[in-house]
Design a protein around this ligand. Structure first.
Ligand code: SF4
Ligand code: SF4
Length: 175
């Protein structure tokens, strides 16, 4: 009994002489290969050549400094709370006397980590930040061999001193 009409009868038909020598099939394949030689290539020679990213591309995060080189982040935790992937870990600390040149606010993040394996680069942390501190740049997060190397701490996240605070990239300041 047939439940559907989608079943097909398989025919075990004998191959013809031309099918058995395979030459027409090989020539047909060569014709397709040769025709592709003259078509525009869909691939590029990465990493020598790179495609331009979309202007809305979101890559690796940066923790920004202000014009005086102080860290903007006040460890309020709003970015961590808004992160749907629970990728951000923060430990807050009080700024001590004499550290005013390091941290803009009285509280700062002594630990700020983002797990790049969890992160989905949605940008919600950037949206949530009231201190203009965290931004997603156009940098790629490179491949690693170990999972622990995808945990980015402040050493990899804080904007290097002497670089511009452009939200998308951090190129050296133009003199
Ligand atoms: S970009 Fe999205 S997923 Fe990644 S850390 Fe920010 S809020 Fe979390
Ligand atoms: S990056 Fe912004 S939202 Fe996150 S803890 Fe720092 S100040 Fe708060």
């Amino acid at each position: 009994m047939q439940l559907t009409n989608r079943s097909k009868v398989v025919v075990d038909k004998k191959m013809t002489f031309m099918e058995r020598i395979y030459i027409p099939a090989i020539l047909g394949g060569m014709k397709i290969t040769l025709s592709h030689l003259f078509k525009k290539k869909a691939t590029i020679q990465y990493p020598e050549q790179q495609r331009e990213f979309s202007f809305v591309y979101r890559g690796k995060h940066i923790l920004k400094r202000d014009e005086q080189g102080r860290e903007n982040c006040t460890a309020c935790g709003l970015c961590a709370v808004s992160c749907p992937a629970e990728a951000i870990t923060i430990i807050a600390d009080e700024r001590k006397k004499g550290e005013e040149h390091l941290y803009r606010e009285e509280k700062y993040a002594s630990l700020y980590e983002i797990n790049m394996l969890r992160c989905i680069f949605c940008g919600l942390c950037e949206e949530a930040c009231p201190k203009d501190a965290v931004y997603l740049t156009e940098e790629l997060v490179p491949a690693q061999y170990n999972r622990k190397d995808f945990i980015y701490g402040k050493d990899k996240l804080v904007q290097p001193l002497g670089t511009s605070a452009h939200p998308k990239t951090y190129k050296p300041y133009k003199k």
